[in-house]
Design a protein around this ligand. Structure first.
Ligand code: ADP
Ligand code: MG
Ligand code: MG
Length: 871
């Protein structure tokens, strides 16, 4: 019979898939003999089963849950719902991968009117009893019944105002009792029934709510951003409560064994006296630094330091822990490998190698390639920063440089960002509902909250700059304004944030590009040592090529020649070519373009210093380039000696109903061979010149014919490319070698790859078009319906960002299997957007690609992902 429930004593850290991260680690800590309040875990499989059963907990699972409660009663000596010695529990979600703040937790479950009364008397601590009860009603209502948090918060604020106090802890037992009454009334008003009193019913509803929360919108967004499959489900942990809210010899804290922002080795965290659960992260009071705990709770602190050491040695990684002190006694509530900034991740991985805890290979696998992105973004210009005076200094919660216009709500952040504005989101504090807004912002600034507040944790996870806890701000959220350093700021005003120092500046401070040095360089060095697949870049200009080389690119996998035409007044000659009516007119225009292209290619070869350069011939529909402004049309007409009307007629004739499937790619070369011939001349002449100047470089152009679907297309175009190239080489008396290959981006090309390989020196998977044509939907229009596809669980990811391994991937595998036997020297790469996506890179490694090619800033990500795939 299936086992759906495990006591903490029955699990261990390797059972993460089944017990979730939190459950597996609670079990592991129990096994290590650490002080963990005992309890049990309902498995992730039970969650999946719950959904299969139509969102019901079936009888078998329910039976095992009730048996586990019985066992808990034996272990703790307390009884669920008992009036003299009641068992109170927390109900906590815990997926395989941690999803901080994404799902919900309920504390103090098991209380009702009678239990709380006896608890208040028996403990001699009525304030504590009523505090627990009001918290429980609040959390249960919010999490289980979805009565918004804000109603309860308003009632608390009213109560505080009435009593003339500022902090929750200043409310008395009677105040809290009154609040509990108000909360229950609020519940009844919103839900229509009385607040449930039977602890078993409370528990069942709470477990269902956790299962349900797996499918809530913010969890779905988080999963999509973090590559967590929907099918994993979440586990539920039911755990005896430890109370940090029983008085001033109690408290609760969150700590890291190393600094999650910088990676510095040393205890880092926050602690709040007389508090419970989320108080530390919710920012209701500003917590104290963990070091102060040493003075207030010397014994618990010593023990805690030992626990930290034990856990770090055991997991061989930086730990993020939650704990509670109840009457001076320490209880461990959670440990996990801590989330960290990219900068901290690099430092910690290097330190762990130096400390002998990890091997180089392990260090490489410890870094999430996606997080490197934040390090590759611009930093503040050091000189400008020095000259600027900060308005204020708060906590540097997530590093990076952010500047932009102020917005006050998550929705505004999304809206402004969509219309291309750079924004900084300024909030009193953030909550999980703000996640999409936080994603859209350059940076986040909060008035309340510490280093472990929601904003800080989520921002670090996203690699977004965040400055938190700026108490100097006098906030007026309702009127979208705040005052700081004597100045009033309104929506749309500019500020800059330094997420490393916590400094806040007026206006926009200029930024500079990032470089790979120090620990970043060390890790990348190890990555290069262990990877087998090459990493090239998609670069169209010498500037991008130089940048990509700095970031470690070993060649150009895709140079889109058409992008060169937008520079300066080159577009004029290009338009003349497009709007030509005879071959002679076209030749004349091409003659103007040839030297420009040749010059560009020379600069590219120079930048690449003998590394391979793949140049793709003209690909897009010509209509994209025609003039639309009257003035430009007139200019073109004059240049061509034609009337404006004639030019307009030509432009109209170029219009296509479905341009992405229209007159583009090799079809252009078939209809206008002179274009491909000109491009061949430019490529070959440039290569000959650069080779002459640098005889030691291996200059060997790779000419790539796009959008081939039939071997005959390739043959036809290749013939005059080869004729032209060979004539150029002979005329120059050079011994230059070159290759002619093709993009595989039409499904028919993949299906007939054996034929195509007989004519191609290389394949390069253009997975943007291949995805578009395999699915049959346009990459430019998919945005309109993808959200509906996510909601309906048809897609979990954007197939244009994350390779569809099942379908598109199958075509790729097939093409390689068909092509290689026909042409054993065939080299194969990918140059779609997917070349910089870690999970897609892993797939490319698996199916035996020689290289991936991605945009310059993704090169380090691809290098690391390729190493992880190889290790
Ligand atoms: P999250 O994943 O959002 O951190 P948790 O399940 O870890 O959610 O719980 C939220 C808060 O409640 C944490 O601060 C945790 O320490 C506290 N908490 C959870 N279970 C207990 C318990 N049994 N006793 C005391 N505090 C608890
Ligand atoms: Mg939570
Ligand atoms: Mg937690």
């Amino acid at each position: 019979m299936a086992k759906w429930v495990y006591m903490f004593t029955e699990g261990n850290a390797t059972m993460r898939n089944l017990l979730g991260g939190k459950g597996a680690n609670l079990a592991e800590m129990t096994n290590l003999g650490l002080p963990v309040p005992q309890g049990f875990t309902v498995t992730t499989e039970a969650c999946t089963q719950y959904y299969e059963d139509g969102r019901q907990i079936n009888d078998e699972i329910m039976k095992q849950i009730l048996e586990a409660i019985d066992q808990m009663e034996v272990i703790t000596g307390k009884k669920f719902g008992d009036k003299t010695n009641p068992l109170l529990v927390s109900v906590r979600s815990g997926a395989r991968a941690s999803m901080p703040g994404m799902m919900d937790t309920i504390l103090n479950l098991g209380l009702n009117e009678e239990v709380v009364e006896t608890l208040a008397c028996a403990s001699g601590n009525p304030r504590w009893a009523w505090d627990c009860y009001r918290r429980f009603i609040q959390m249960f209502s919010d999490v289980v019944m979805e009565v918004g948090k804000k109603y309860f918060e308003e009632l608390i604020d009213q109560m505080k105002a009435k009593r003339g106090v500022k902090l929750d802890v200043e409310l008395t037992a009677d105040d809290l009792k009154e609040l509990a009454e108000q909360f229950k009334a609020e519940y009844k008003e919103k839900i229509g029934t009385d607040f449930p009193t039977d602890p078993k019913e409370q528990l069942t509803e709470a477990i269902k709510a956790v299962f349900r929360s797996w499918d809530n919108p913010r969890a779905n967004v988080y999963r999509r951003d973090n590559d967590i499959p929907y099918s994993w489900g979440t586990a539920v942990n039911v755990q005896m409560m430890a109370f940090g809210n029983m008085g001033d010899d109690c408290g609760t804290g969150v700590a890291f064994t190393r600094d999650p922002a910088t990676g510095e080795n040393g205890l880092f965290g926050e602690f709040l006296i007389n508090a419970q659960g989320e108080d530390v992260v919710a920012g209701v009071r500003t917590p104290m630094h963990i070091s102060e705990m040493e003075e207030k709770f010397p014994e618990a602190f010593v023990q805690f330091k030992q626990v930290c050491e034990t856990l770090e040695k055991h997991y061989r990684d930086m730990q993020d822990m939650e704990f509670t002190v109840e009457h001076g006694k320490l209880y461990m509530l959670q440990t996990r490998n801590g989330k960290r900034t990219a900068k901290a991740a690099l430092k910690i991985a290097c330190d762990l190698v130096d400390e002998g805890m990890r091997t180089e290979e392990e260090a490489v696998t410890m870094i999430d390639p996606r997080n490197l992105d934040s390090l590759l973004h611009p930093q503040f210009d050091a000189k400008a920063l020095k000259e600027a005076t900060p308005l204020a200094k708060a906590l540097g919660a997530s590093p990076g440089a952010a500047c932009g216009k102020i917005v006050f709500t998550a929705d505004d952040a999304v809206e402004w960002a969509e219309r291309g504005e750079k924004v900084v989101l300024v909030r009193l504090e953030t909550s999980p509902e703000d996640i999409t807004g936080m994603k859209s912002a350059q940076g986040i600034l909060t008035v309340r909250g510490g280093m472990t507040s929601h904003a800080a944790v989520v921002a670090r996870g996203m690699g977004t700059c965040c400055v938190s806890g700026c108490g100097d701000i006098a906030m007026d959220e309702a009127n979208k304004k705040f005052t700081l350093a004597g100045k009033e700021y309104h929506e749309g005003d500019c500020i800059s944030l330094d997420g490393s120092t916590g400094n806040i500046y007026d206006g926009i401070i200029p930024t500079v590009d990032a470089t790979i040095a120090g620990e970043f360089g060390r890790i990348m060095g190890w990555a290069d040592k262990y990877r087998t697949m090459k990493v090239r870049t998609n670069a169209d200009t010498p500037h991008d090529a130089v940048k990509a080389r700095e970031l470690g690119a070993e060649g150009i996998g895709l140079c889109r020649t058409e992008h060169m035409f937008f520079e300066g007044n080159r577009i004029d000659a290009f338009r003349e070519m497009i709007c030509s009516e005879t071959e002679e007119e076209r030749e004349a225009a091409l003659a103007k373009i040839l030297p420009e292209q040749q010059g560009d290619f020379e600069k590219l070869y120079e930048a690449l210093e003998g590394n391979p350069v793949t140049i793709r011939f003209l690909d897009p529909p010509l209509h994209e380039f025609v003039p639309t402004e009257e003035e430009d049309i007139k200019k073109l007409a004059d240049a061509q000696g034609k009337t404006v009307e004639q030019i307009k007629t030509i432009i109209d004739s170029l219009h296509e109903f479905n341009p992405m499937m229209g007159h583009r790619g090799c079809r252009l070369a078939v209809t206008y061979p002179e274009i491909a011939k000109m491009q061949t001349r430019a490529v070959i002449r440039a290569a000959i010149n650069v080779k002459k100047a640098h005889p030691d470089w291996n200059v060997k152009p790779e000419i790539m014919i796009p959008l081939v679907g039939d071997i005959k297309e390739l043959k036809y175009v290749k013939k005059f490319v080869v004729e032209t190239a060979d004539a150029e080489i002979a005329a120059a008396g050079s011994d230059l070698e070159y290759e002619v290959g093709t993009m595989i981006e039409i499904p028919r090309a993949a299906l007939t790859a054996d034929q195509i390989a007989s004519e191609a020196d290389f394949f390069c998977f253009g997975t943007n078009d291949l995805t578009q044509m395999t699915y049959g939907f346009s990459r430019d229009d998919a945005g309109k319906f993808l959200d509906a596809y996510y909601d309906a669980k048809i897609f979990e990811n954007d197939p244009f960002a994350k390779l569809d391994q099942t379908g598109v991937g199958k075509l790729m595998e097939m093409a390689i299997e068909l092509g290689k036997p026909v042409n054993p020297s065939l080299h194969v790469g990918i140059c779609g957007e997917h070349g910089g996506d870690p999970s897609s890179v892993e797939f490319c490694n698996k199916i035996g690609l020689d290289y991936v090619s991605c945009s310059p800033f993704r090169v380090p990500i691809a290098r690391l992902a390729a190493a992880q795939a190889a290790i």
